[in-house]
Design a protein around this ligand. Sequence first.
Ligand code: ATP
Ligand code: K
Ligand code: MG
Length: 705
Amino acid sequence: MTRKTFTLFDPALVKPAIADAFRKLDPRVQWRNPVMFVVYVGSLVTTALCAQAFSGDGEAPAGFILAVALWLWFTVLFANFAEALAEGRSKAQAASLRSLKKQTWAKLMEAPKFGAKWHPIESSQLKRGNVVIVMAGDVVPADGEVIAGVASVDESAITGESAPVIRESGGDFSAVTGGTKVLSDWVIVRITANPGETFVDRMIAMVEGAKRQKTPNEIALTILLVALTIVFLVVTVTLLPYSLFSVDATQSGRPVSVTVLIALLVCLIPTTIAGLLSAIGVAGMSRMMQANVIATSGRAVEAAGDVDVLLLDKTGTITLGNRHAAAFLPAPGVDEAELADAAQLASLADETPEGRSIVVLAKQKFNLRERDVGALGAQFVHFSAQTRMSGVDLPLESPAPRVVGSDVLPVAVRMVRKGAAAAIRKHVEGLGGAFPAALDAVVDDVSRRGSTPLVVCDGVKALGVIELKDIVKGGIKERFAELRRMGIQTVMVTGDNRLTAAAIAAEAGVDDFLAEATPEQKLALIRQYQGEGRLVAMTGDGTNDAPALAQADVAVAMNSGTQAAKEAGNMVDLDSNPTKLIEVVETGKQMLMTRGALTTFSIANDVAKYFAIIPAAFVTTYPQLAALDVMHLGSPSSAILSAVIFNALVIVFLIPLALKGVPYRPVGAALLLRRNLLVYGLGGLVVPFIGIKAIDLLLNLVHFA
Ligand SMILES: Nc1ncnc2c1ncn2[C@@H]1O[C@H](COP(=O)(O)OP(=O)(O)OP(=O)(O)O)[C@@H](O)[C@H]1O
Ligand SMILES: [K+]
Ligand SMILES: [Mg+2]
């Protein structure tokens, strides 16, 4: 995506954010943030008191009340501004997505096959289930699944990656996204999303986050902040009658004013974190997007920060995934050409990349031409993750009896199959045949190389092995090591056999693996980890990964993967890079840490302010308190005003931190926590003393100038 990058306070973002900050003064908006709502009400009350003072009947000097009222309004506006700025950043990102939603013409087909007639239709009229043909130069009109053909597609509009990708029917590379462009050849696409419900629509809705839901952690934190606010509210409210009473009783001093009490309350309640909380969440999702990951919920981003197990599928995630036939390895006594012939037969109708590559290899090596499978009267048996086989049933030219033990059964068809060794063994033995021991050695050899062996059988006879080669993605080992340093365990789950899985696991450097896993077992493994109280992340691309993706706490679907996988996930990685999870986790952790750090800072700050302003605020009532006035502020009113100003400005100063996040390094949770407590806790205690003193000096300087 040609994404514009913005500096933190880019004028293009700041100007609309200022306008938004005023728009957010709407009480219905303010009400959503209870702590800031208290400040909002305080602003209204002091404004009324100020008006009263100017009409000559004030509880305190009008200028003082005016200053307090103004700075309370600023406090509210600054918090609004922080949120608006974060939202503006993601709106800008959404705008670049919107450019993908150009209206185009689609070629709607009358029948889902090549050669059928088509007529033009506006892309916005396409419905789920429609079938379109997309030719070289055409823009894919909507999200869909390729049902026939192969084409190179320019997906740079969504991924920012300029190299074209191959999209083809069958395997895990069959999903196409509306707005991308077919560069060569053609594909027939079944539309999988109604207008307004496409991937890009979902991304835009998510990124714009108009109805951004609070995450469970945010709700928990808000409850804590509200509780603190209520405590301080009670404390300050009871101070008023108390102060009145003591003035009455001692006949000395002056009762504290409502303005001062409101100022005190606002300084004591955790306005800093309350004002920045939403900005921190929005910024987290924005940073995900900068890493080219679209999160479909704030909750997923949050969970990413706490993940401790990562499950990855092998093919297409750890390996490049264009698994292709590299060799025919016949069983002893079988001719290689015979094996190739059967392998080709079993693959003619196999639409997966593996199946197609077998047909290609048979042609290259033995010049085996594709046969007219229709004329053969063949019945296709498609690959499934459960059977782990595919092939054809052919009518027998000269029906021969089938021998099972001592029974002789009639056989109506010739079954040609290819598939995982264990599956073919079961199949052959089920038919009464025997799996040659010599073939086991070949299977193991191939597996140890990290290749996938597909055994081919014709009836009861196992003919040999097709070696499917795949390549482990570059640099993946280092990235897994990094995940380990972050305290995350990596587990590879694959439908492939144990030996292949072990070889690839060793090459990729994962901590553990599960082989011969069915989709149900992948799901069960996630549930088991979750049962142990662990937070599980999963990356996958295949339809058979979808159930597991739906169950995982953080589910990153590869953008190159199938529609089913993308719908089941709660994040989509536009770059289809499994090690992206490192960034995803870092971003999540960074967001959690930022929230923690600012909460610590905010509460420490409030404690410090308590000691800074209580003596000043009540010195009129209790002159003895002057002894506690360690800060020697200019006057009681300048002390209170300084505290209010500091309280407002601190929000502005912390906006960069809230948006950029505190820096994250993979050093272990305990150390990080300790460091953050020290920096933000101690900092939070000290900074107000310096800040308030400085503002007070400045105020008095201006005042007496
Ligand atoms: N087209 C095919 N025809 C026959 N058998 C196949 C075909 N594709 C795969 N197999 C066999 O089925 C097994 C499981 O399939 P597959 O590798 O796609 O599983 P998976 O669970 O998606 O694992 P992965 O993590 O590797 O993607 C393969 O190891 C292979 O032995
Ligand atoms: K405060
Ligand atoms: Mg797979």
